[in-house]
Ligand binder design. Sequence first.
Ligand SMILES: Cc1cc2nc3c(=O)[nH]c(=O)nc-3n(C[C@H](O)[C@H](O)[C@H](O)COP(=O)(O)OP(=O)(O)OC[C@H]3O[C@@H](n4cnc5c(N)ncnc54)[C@H](O)[C@@H]3O)c2cc1C
Length: 271
Amino acid sequence: MERGERILKHVDEDAAPAVQKRMIERGITIDLNLSIERIDEKEGGFAVTITQNGETKTIESEKVLLATGRIANLDGLNLDAAGVAYERHGVTVNAMLQSSQPHIFACGDCIDAPRFAHTASYEAGIVVHNMFAPHPQKVDFDKNGWVLFSDPQVTQVGLDEATARKRGIDVSTYSYDYAVDARAQIDKAETGFLKFVVDNDNGIIVGITILSEDAASLAGEAALIVARRLHAMDLLGVIHPHPTLSEAFGKVAQQIFFASMMQKRGGSHGK
Ligand SMILES: Cc1cc2nc3c(=O)[nH]c(=O)nc-3n(C[C@H](O)[C@H](O)[C@H](O)COP(=O)(O)OP(=O)(O)OC[C@H]3O[C@@H](n4cnc5c(N)ncnc54)[C@H](O)[C@@H]3O)c2cc1C
C-alpha cells in the first residue's frame, strides 16, 4: 500500500518498474494512490483502514510491516542549551559538516543527508579531517551511492537521469541490456541493464544505474567511476574478465566512444 503514484519513487524510472513487475509476478498486490487512515489490532491480525479515490475500506491481514521512513533522533541531546541549530530533518550543518557552533560537528543519520551506513562513515572521515587537518574538506553527495536489495537488485551511484535533468545538466544516457550478456544468460538472469548518465558539456560520467539480479556486486566499480569523475575513454583500456556482469562497463564505454565518432561525422548520439 503506497501513498504515491508509484513505488520506489527515488529509484530510476527505468529500473523501478522492473522491480514492481517482479513483485507482482511473485504474487504481491500493489495498491497505489491511497492514504492509510488507521491500523486496528483484531483477533488473529490487523484491520488496516484506507481511503482511495474518496472511498474508505478496510483490509484485514495477519501481519503489518510499516516502512514509512526515518527522521533524525535528536531527543535528549538538549541542542538548544548548546546553541546548536536544527530542524525537523536534523542538525543544521554546512558543507564542512560544522553545526551553527563551528567547533561542534554532526554527521550520519542526525543530519539531512542520504541516510546510509557507508555515507555516515564517509561523513565521519570528513569530520575527523576537518577537526584536525589544516585544509577543510567539503562533502560531495553527488558521488554517493546505494544498493536496493530487491529482486532484481538496483545499484545507483551518482545522479540518476531524472535528477540530473532536474538540475539542468545536459546529459545523454547510454545503456547495455543484460538480455544479450553472456554471464546473465548463463545465470538465467537476463532482466536488467547498466546505464551511464553522461554530462554532455565535459563527457564526465555523473551517474550509473544498474538493474540486475546481482547489481550489488557492481557497486564498487560504479562508485570508483563516478567518484573519480571518469570519462568513457578512461574505461576503454580496462579489461573486464569474461563472462562477468562487469563487462557491461566496457560495453557502455564503447557505445559512448562510437557515438562520439558518429557525432564527429554528423550523426546523433545518446538518448
Ligand atoms: C532496518 C534498517 C536497515 C538498514 N539497512 C541499511 C543498509 O542495508 N545499508 C546501509 O547503508 N544503511 C542501512 N541502514 C541505515 C544505517 O543503519 C544508518 O544510516 C547508519 O547506521 C547511520 O549511522 P549513525 O552512526 O549516524 O547512526 P546510528 O548507527 O544509529 O548510531 C547512533 C548511535 O548513537 C546512540 N545515541 C543516540 N542518542 C544518543 C544520546 N543521546 N547519547 C548517546 N548516544 C546516543 C545510538 O544508541 C546509536 O548507537 C538501515 C537502517 C535501518 C533502520
